[in-house]
Design a protein around this ligand. Sequence first.
Ligand code: HAM
Length: 418
Amino acid sequence: MNFQAPKGTFDWMPPRSETVLAVRDALAGPARRAGYGYVETPAFEDTGLFSRGVGESTDIVTKEMYTFTSRGGQSLTLRPEGTASVVRAVIEHGLYGGPLPIKLWYSGSFFRYERAQAGRYRHFSQVGAEALGAEDPALDAELIVLAMDGYASLGLRHVRLLLNSLGCRECRPAYRAALQDFLRALDLDEATRQRIEINPLRVLDDKRPEVRAQLAGAPLVTDHLCGACKAYHEEVRGLLAAADVPYEDDPRLVRGLDYYTRTTFEFVHDGLGAQSAVGGGGRYDGLSEMIGGPQLPGVGWALGVDRTVLALEAEGLLAEPAGRVDVFAVPLGEEARRRIFPLVAALRRAGLAVDMAFGGRGVKGAMKAADRSGARYAVILGDRDIEAGAVQVKDLTTADQTAVPLTEVVDVLKGRLS
Ligand code: HAM
């Protein structure tokens, strides 16, 4: 039996996997420096959390959830996104009773049973940030700036920000009705007609050319915002401009999750083909109540780690794999292996990155391994060196080799590598 990673999943292997770690750090860095604390929630939750939080009529809930019954008979679902979990955790731990806003960031695996294609996976990784308990346009703008700074810190130059407002409880119903009136008059298939009644905004996101062509004159949400939503949106736009973050107004931007109110945004990269969104988010002022919590406004984003790696690749920014270690130890024989082993441990404890030859492959194989490791120095120990109480330190870039007393080798290498 030959096992393979399940369809829609894949392995990140060295050296490319190093980029994944770097991307996670870079995307989370600005949020961490802005006072967001780390939160880790379970990879599965009560199914109801997502069906209520993300929305019964969304693709995620109707088609894409990995749902299973636990041995105890409970319906559980592998998390398709992080926001509902974070809000659940904030409610469960009563954080809304403390200082506001509550600022949290997370990083981890998410699961959606999607049609697998380039950039769209069934298991993927996100870095997310959420701020709860304040309805302040500066918080929306802060999050957007932090995400843009994260992309910029990776050297990405072609991430565009699309910005929209989806209105609130007050103005959304009137817009929804106007949109439904417009959509009902179109020539659409039965499934789409049903969608008009349940979730008309999603129809705006239909990618089929024959549908798109008919949507040209659809009413725009930004023309239907109430005074408060309009003012809020203007404030967000002003703050972004003040922070030198360019954005594109996109009144047709709808998101795949139902909890959004007011500010919504997406970060897109043009080098990625159909799956161009490298991140997205927005405000979700009603989510807490939808899952049984108190009134607790919130705003946040999630940035796709896998797609960000693809964006780096598209811009030619994948770094050359750096050497894994600084020093590679080569024992010539069994006695030498016994003696070099504690030396390797001592070098590592002194803070150096060190590997050694394993498996008794002989000098040639061991020296090849030393070259492949990317190490600057090889430390070679043979019988004669043992007698002399020394090791050979070879500079692998110049091939210069010197004998160094065993008692001094840690200090000598530390000095040469500092
Ligand atoms: P989302 O737009 O569904 O939002 O996902 C955010 C990002 O995750 C996407 O822009 C994309 O980069 C990545 N992503 C999503 N699905 C896949 C997939 N199947 N394969 C690869 N990458 C994927 C959310 O998840 C919201 N929770 C964001 C948010 C946070 N809103 C408010 N707070």
